[in-house]
Design a binder for this molecule. Structure first.
Ligand code: HEM
Length: 152
């Protein structure tokens, strides 16, 4: 069989799996960049207004159609890749894994907060929500450096 670029159990599918991983990373990150911004607009909409309902609807669709499926795909493909290259003991991967666990927690927190907002509860301040908007950018910088440069 052809195994032009292959390593590990994935053989020649390795690069396809890696490409799919990066594609779903882009979809997931797009959602992680959009949702905190939606939450800021949602929180600032007048309680009970049509605008507030529209934001709740947009958030629910973004989460269900893009963010949740993309997150599951990124995890499944990423774990397949790590089994394939057998680098789970390396520091770049351990630190990447920690960052991604943090990003997954951030995803869950935002989904929970979108539900709270939809139920009329505004427990976080606008300033906190604005600060949270910076997390996906920071995580992207850290994770991309870890996987490409592998400084550790
Ligand atoms: C969800 C858990 C994740 C796991 C378990 C995981 C694991 C991996 C593994 C093992 C590789 C393969 C490295 C190689 O073949 O040399 C990889 C590649 C990559 N990952 Fe992830 N990853 C995850 C999430 C993410 C996230 C959230 C990002 C970006 C924000 C990301 C960005 C990348 C990039 C850009 C590559 C390609 C690097 C290259 O080989 O050139 N990954 N990932």
């Amino acid at each position: 069989m052809f195994d032009w670029f292959g390593t590990g159990m994935l053989g020649s599918a390795y690069l396809w799996v890696k490409a799919a991983h990066v594609v779903f990373v882009i979809f997931w990150m797009a959602g992680l960049f959009m949702l905190p911004r939606f939450l800021v607009y949602h929180q600032e909409a007048a309680p009970g207004s049509a605008e507030e309902k529209l934001w709740a609807h947009r958030e629910a669709r973004l989460i269900a159609i893009i963010m949740n499926p993309a997150m599951v795909a990124v995890w499944a493909l990423g774990l397949t890749l790590i089994v394939n290259i057998g680098a789970s003991g390396e520091w770049w991967f351990r630190l990447k894994f920690l960052s991604v666990v943090g990003l997954t927690w951030f995803h869950m927190w935002m989904v929970g907060y979108a539900r709270k907002l939809a139920a009329g509860q505004r427990t976080a301040s606008g300033r906190t929500l604005r600060l949270l908007n910076e997390i996906p950018s920071l995580a992207t910088i850290v994770i991309v450096i870890l996987v490409i440069v592998r400084p550790f």
